[in-house]
Design a protein around this ligand. Structure first.
Ligand SMILES: Cc1ncc(COP(=O)(O)O)c(C=O)c1O
Length: 391
């Protein structure tokens, strides 16, 4: 088993077992080095200055677009826009694109499995446009009811937005079926990939998603950077959703025209060092992706097997999961379990994980969530099980 921990300074001289990678991940040494180098040695805006530092910085920033496009197999680097995170990417799609496409009575479909970040923008778009927001039901297995989804499709459905992997139950969603069936009726599809990017290889040309979003901070890379992929043929219909410097092609007193996508989405000064450092994280993932995937599969299978053997554990959902396991422990509140595990230097999450609709439907106040990253080992799982068995 490869020891990825050595590539994360966070783990040095610590006895901590980190099982909260679904929330955010420690940063790779190469990412931190790139950030450090920038803050120490560079200062320049992008897309503005003509001096050498400014041109070099612009080139490094634009290089991340090339690296990210290559990693997700986008056709063109210009199909990638940088935002501040998945939340902002979804807001950009909702208010820069979808809101302008809908008529009263049109339909948007999401699912009951979504993180609030993939619910709230669509509720707001529905309110503003008079569109109807509908939900793919969550089955007791923790998977979506795909047959029911197909029965929901009609020509009023204009937009579908679903997660690739649930952040609360860990369910791996069959996005290929959702994308294919949505396209058959002419609806566009957005994939919330916040929980899957960095865990399995992704090919946006193969899965044919129209929009695809994720966050750098869950990919061992910096905070404050989000990725928004949009198919090239949709770019002209994408309006800015934030207005400011760097996005106009012309301006008069009462109007302005805008530069093409992705520039029109990147108003103001972005997180320049963080975007540049993201390329290091993505490079590392690209070089190790198949091994990371195999190792996570093996550690996760061991985690599932071991946790389910702890007396009193109720695992939430039987559907196929990738890296996240949610469970209840009879007689104990999830927060008490998480606090107890913390005394053993084991970091897990307790709560509803910003997926309140799942918790409401399944009627639990809080679950214990254990989520792994590339650095977790079977030894980490053994320590968790040992602690749980002594609770
Ligand atoms: C599935 C999913 N979507 C969206 C988000 C929001 O991501 P961010 O907070 O990085 O914007 C998260 C964060 O946990 C998530 O798990």
């Amino acid at each position: 088993m490869k020891q990825y921990k050595k590539d994360f300074p966070f783990f040095q001289n610590k006895n901590l077992i980190y099982f909260d990678s679904a929330a955010t991940t420690p940063k790779l040494a190469s990412v931190i080095a790139a950030l450090h180098d920038f803050y120490l040695n560079k200062t320049a805006p992008i897309h503005r200055g003509v001096y050498k530092q400014a041109e070099e910085t612009t080139a490094l920033y634009e290089n991340t677009r090339v690296v990210v496009a290559d990693f997700f197999h986008a056709r063109l680097p210009s199909e990638i826009a940088f935002t501040s995170g998945t939340t902002e990417s979804l807001n950009a799609i909702a208010f820069g694109f979808v809101q302008h496409q809908l008529q009263p009575g049109d339909e948007i479909i999401i699912s009951e499995l979504e993180h609030n970040a993939n619910v709230l923008p669509w509720q707001e778009v529905a309110k503003r446009t008079g569109a109807l927001l509908r939900y793919i039901p969550l089955l007791s297995s923790g998977d979506l009811d795909y047959d029911f989804f197909e029965s929901m499709l009609n020509k009023k459905v204009k937009f579908v937005s679903v997660t690739h992997c649930s952040n609360s139950l860990g369910t791996l969603v069959t996005i290929d079926r959702i994308i294919k069936k949505s396209h058959e009726i002419g609806a566009l599809v957005c994939i919330d990939a916040a929980q899957i990017a960095g865990h399995i290889p992704i090919n946006v040309q193969e899965n044919d998603a129209d929009f695809f979003v994720c966050s750098a901070h869950k990919m061992y890379a910096p905070y404050g950077v989000g990725i928004l992929y949009a198919k090239q043929e949709l770019h002209d219909q994408f309006s800015p959703f934030r207005f400011g410097g760097g996005i106009i092609s012309d301006i008069s007193y009462h109007d302005a025209s805008f530069l093409p996508f992705p520039t029109r989405l990147e108003a103001g000064t972005p997180a320049i060092p963080e975007v540049i450092a993201l390329s290091e994280g993505v490079r590392y993932l690209k070089n190790n992706m198949s091994e990371i995937q195999k190792q996570e599969q093996s550690v996760f299978a061991y985690l599932e097997e071991q946790v389910s053997s702890v007396p009193g554990v109720i695992i939430l959902g039987t559907a196929k999961k990738v890296h996240t396991l949610s469970f209840l422990l009879k007689q104990y509140h999830a927060h008490d379990v998480a606090t107890y595990l913390d005394t053993h230097d084991i970091a897990v999450r307790a709560g509803t994980h910003c997926a309140h609709l799942v918790a409401k439907k399944w009627n639990y106040a809080a679950s214990i969530r254990v989520s792994i990253g590339m650095y977790n080992t079977k030894g980490d799982v053994d320590r968790l099980i040992h602690a749980l068995s002594k609770i």
